[in-house]
Write a protein that binds this ligand. Structure first.
Ligand SMILES: [Cu+2]
Length: 169
């Protein structure tokens, strides 16, 4: 997309995203999820996994959430919106330009058949603004993705960023 409408220049946002960028894992962002499809079993069109919400100090009005998506259906699935009880949710993308972290809102996310996307610190993420409460470690935040194939929800535990940002099982 051309142009720069929607680019956030708010300093606090830039600071938060600069912090997040410390924990960039670009190699993971480009890796492909190895999947074994179980034919014959009813599968959700959109599979959501490894969702988490970044814990923030009290009083911060915003945070970010991350997850993996995979389109297991035989059609294109387009994410058109996100809802959360925690606050106003939207899809963002962070880019580092001249050493400065900026981000813009993505109106939608299109996933071809079999395609996957990773929302990770420093890349695409779900921005949660106007928080109704401070997300505390251990809490679980429901996130719902509105798509043209229906609504898909996932429970996202609140975690500290940094070293624990990658899930270990
Ligand atoms: Cu953002």
């Amino acid at each position: 997309m051309g142009g720069r409408p929607g680019v956030y220049r708010n300093q606090r946002m830039e600071y938060q995203h600069a912090m997040a960028d410390v924990f960039l894992h670009r190699s993971l962002a480009t890796s492909v999820l190895g999947g074994c499809l179980l034919w014959g079993l009813p599968a959700q069109a959109l599979e959501l996994s490894d969702a988490w919400v970044r814990a923030m100090p009290p009083g911060r009005p915003m945070t970010a959430a991350y997850l993996n998506l995979r389109n297991d259906s035989d059609r294109v699935v387009t994410v058109t919106g996100i809802t959360s009880t925690l606050g106003e949710a939207s899809l963002h993308e962070t880019r580092v330009v001249d050493g400065r972290s900026t981000m813009h809102e993505l109106p939608q996310l299109r996933l071809e058949t079999g395609a996957s996307a990773r929302l990770v610190p420093g890349g695409m993420h779900i921005m949660l603004m106007g928080l109704t409460q401070t997300p505390v470690v251990g809490e679980v935040v429901p996130l719902c993705l509105d798509t043209d194939a229906g609504e898909f929800c996932v429970d996202a535990p609140v975690q500290r960023g940094g070293g624990s940002s990658q899930h270990h099982h």
